[in-house]
Design a protein around this ligand. Structure first.
Ligand code: ANZ
Ligand code: ZN
Length: 724
């Protein structure tokens, strides 16, 4: 028998002392950059659900190392963020203190898992040496017009005098004081990700990523090709542009609908008897959640605003409405309504308003009567009531009518994206200060590069009301860099997704006096294998791709994509729920380690299911693995022969081939089946050769690294099997 717990400590200490996992750029060796999403260090620490993620990454890093690659496998901390600040408000502990403690604990736990990180490259995003570069890059983007300020709606609690994150709004109320949350238009900072929407979309097809994630990114970007049609406003020279993907329905347009908060609306009703009701309606709609507004089951509400437009194709006069289901920030913010062929328009019409339903597309030979239909006809068909386009198939008509509209100068083809510019400012303390100064005389001024970083002041008050940065005068008051008179600092801090948009570059050279060292980035990047949960499918993975492309265009990088391959691990469940502190079903790694050794935990999570699938935790399962590992260990005591016979050699090579094949696809479960099969095979032999035993230990090492080292030493080897 071997004490798993004792050997885990022994080998972790030896690895740490010998620093075998530290790497440097070596042009003679092929590099492999293996990286997991870095964690947010929470005070709860890590449980066995987290271990799964790291066990997969570590097994893969060790596998690649054994194949002869120069493997960069780093770890760091996504250390800014809301939980630390909330702890400050609730428990009075400073966010810096909270984070420091959590990081110490995380590091201890990660080392306890036996993960083969190059710890010399670690850092936390709350280190000034790191966030200085967030500020530097912000200024670079600002110079290029890629960072800008504009008014945007935010959740605001009037009682706490505070902007709230979406997750701090509970049923429309403030999480803290339960007052009704208001929507306020405040000046906010944005990154112009829309400039890169097309490139980000086009690049998706080249990525070796799970199809599901690629699809989600495409939907998030939401490119749609259509036509912008200009409807003349009656009694004016102005035109109202609308965006449509269905030009084939243009002859069936019987009204226009604008988003209530469209700036034009106020102008249109000015001085008319519709003004008052319109204002009331706008104020009501603005508070509704955007996603809900367009949801199919949401009641469609709106009102006539007293004005008319002309359908440029039919010259008919049509009324203009405002309604909740039209969004202000998509397309032109106004739509042409076709109740006969669009279900939303049909519902809006059918419920309350008496506007003609004009059928312009009919299925096959069947006739449709606008007064009879019970829902919109949204399929393809043959055009009717559409003058010279009658009889044409609707799909063909899209092209023909678009061409006609362009020729007549009634409008032009247009491309729309759903993706919006990235709102990066947060009215929060625990983040990177935005390096901007406001001067009464000179306006917006950037902090000069030599004054970076703008340090987060330590002395602030956490009351839960207002941005804590307002409570530090020394931070707020600053001289204008231009006129040297009194000015004020920006108090917004950056979204923590900015921090995680380039941290993988910093790992290549975390001691650089610059953001990163060019030579190191050239050698290590891009990340060959990126590993993490599917919950980051859009935000983080889109922002990081955007940042990479921006840094490329600014001349800092010479590649287009940061992550060549992406792997999403499944979730660990226990007793029917996702393993998590909030469900009270976590398995503590230290306790498990005491009982069965951390190697048993590692092998269990890699063995019980395909790493990309969800799995159920089972104590018996771990016990079973514990027995298997003991069986493997007992092989070191077996009788030795000098040379294996041919069949053993053949079995050995076959096993190596199978395991390699599975590991390339990160199918650790299948690799382990082959491995334990080989253990059994050797177990049933009278005696075994040193060679087959050594190969077995090497194959075991990525999964149960401590046990493998112990066996390796036991049969007389001096070096580490981890780097064999
Ligand atoms: C007329 C029409 C007829 C439409 C029909 C659809 C079907 P995607 O594909 O998502 O881009 N639309 C345009 N701007 C909008 C806005 N700001 N808020 C809500 N809806 C808006 O959708 C494009 C379609 O969504 C457009 O085509 C427009 O309605 C609507 F039988 O125009 B359609
Ligand atoms: Zn000034």
């Amino acid at each position: 028998m071997v004490d798993f717990n004792v050997i885990a400590k022994k080998w972790q200490e030896r690895w740490e002392k010998s620093r075998i996992f530290d790497v440097t750029e070596n042009p003679k060796k092929k590099k492999f950059y293996n990286c997991e999403f870095f964690p947010y260090p929470s005070s709860y620490g890590l449980h066995m659900g987290h271990l799964r993620n790291y066990a997969i990454g570590d097994a893969y890093a060790r596998f690649k190392r054994m194949q002869g690659y120069n493997v960069l496998y780093p770890m760091g901390y996504d250390a800014f963020g809301l939980p630390a600040e909330n702890a400050a408000i609730k428990e009075g502990i400073h966010p810096g203190e909270y984070t420091k403690k959590a990081i110490i604990n995380y590091t201890k736990q990660l080392k306890g898992f036996g993960l083969s990180y190059d710890w010399s490259r670690t850092f936390a995003t709350c280190d000034p040496e790191y966030y200085k570069w967030n500020q530097y890059f912000f200024l670079e983007l600002y110079k290029k017009g890629l960072a800008y300020r504009k008014k945007a709606p935010v959740n605001f609690c009037p009682k706490c005098n505070t902007v709230l994150a979406n997750e701090q709004v509970v049923d429309g109320n403030c999480w803290r004081c339960e007052s009704k949350v208001e929507i306020k238009n405040l000046e906010q900072w944005f990154f112009k990700i829309t400039d890169y929407a097309d490139e980000i979309l086009k690049g998706i097809d080249e990525l070796q990523w799970p199809e599901r994630i690629k699809m989600m990114q495409k939907n998030w970007i939401g490119k749609s090709e259509g036509l912008e049609v200009h409807f003349p406003l009656k009694g004016s020279k102005e035109k109202i542009p609308v965006f449509t993907t269905r030009p084939d329905t243009l002859f069936g347009v019987t009204f226009l609908v604008c988003a209530p908060e469209h700036p034009k609306v106020i102008e249109l009703v000015k001085g008319t008897k519709y003004g008052k009701d319109t204002n009331k309606f706008i104020n009501k709609v603005v508070l509704e959640e955007k996603f809900e507004r367009t949801a199919g089951n949401k009641e469609k509400e709106g009102m006539f605003i007293g004005r008319h437009a002309i359908n440029p194709l039919t010259k008919e006069e049509i009324p203009i409405y405002i309604a909740n289901f039209v969004l202000p920030d998509y397309g032109t913010g106004c739509v042409m309504a076709v109740p006969a062929h669009d279900q939303r328009d049909f519902e809006f019409f059918a419920k309350k308003y008496k506007i003609p339903i004009k059928v312009v597309i009919e299925p096959g030979k069947q006739k449709l009567d606008g007064n009879e239909i019970s829902r919109a006809y949204t399929d393809e068909g043959r055009l009717v009531n559409s003058k010279e386009f009658n009889g044409i198939n609707s799909r063909e008509a899209i092209e023909k009518i678009s061409r006609y509209v362009e020729k007549q100068k009634f409008g032009k083809r247009a491309i729309q994206f759903k993706i919006r510019d990235w709102l990066i400012s947060r009215q929060r303390y625990w983040g990177t200060p935005i390096p901007i100064i406001y001067c009464n005389k000179c306006g917006i001024q950037t902090v000069p590069e030599k004054d970076l970083p703008v340090l987060l002041p330590e002395k602030v008050k956490f009351t839960g009301r207002g941005n804590p940065l307002f409570t530090n005068e020394g931070f707020l008051k600053v001289k204008c860099p231009k006129c040297k008179l009194d000015a004020m600092r920006e108090t917004d801090t950056m979204d923590t997704f900015v921090d995680s948009s380039w941290y993988f570059l910093r790992y290549t050279s975390n001691k650089s006096k610059k953001a990163f060292d060019d030579k190191a980035v050239k050698y290590w990047m891009p990340v060959d294998q990126y590993i993490g949960g599917a919950e980051h499918a859009v935000m983080h993975l889109i922002y990081a791709r955007f940042f990479t492309k921006v840094l490329r265009d600014l001349g800092y990088l010479d590649f287009d994509e940061p992550f060549t391959r992406l792997f999403n691990q499944g979730i660990v469940y226990k007793d029917g729920n996702k393993m998590s502190k909030s469900f009270g079903n976590v398995v503590n790694p230290e306790e498990l380690g005491e009982k069965y050794g951390i190697d048993s935990g590692r092998v269990f999570v890699l063995f019980v299911a395909s790493p990309d699938k969800d799995m159920e935790w089972s104590d018996q399962g771990v016990q079973g693995v514990f027995r298997l590992l003991n069986k493997a260990y007992s092989l070191v005591d077996k009788n030795r022969v000098n040379k294996s016979d041919k069949s053993v050699v053949s079995k050995m090579h076959k096993t190596i081939k199978q395991i390699t094949w599975h590991m390339e696809k990160l199918e650790t479960n299948k690799a382990l089946i082959n491995l334990f099969e080989f253990v059994n095979y050797l177990h049933n032999k009278e005696s075994i050769s040193k060679e087959s035993l050594e190969k077995l230990i090497a194959l075991l090492s990525p999964f149960a690294p401590h046990l493998a080292e112990e066996m390796w030493e036991k049969i007389g080897n001096k070096e580490f099997v981890s780097v064999e």
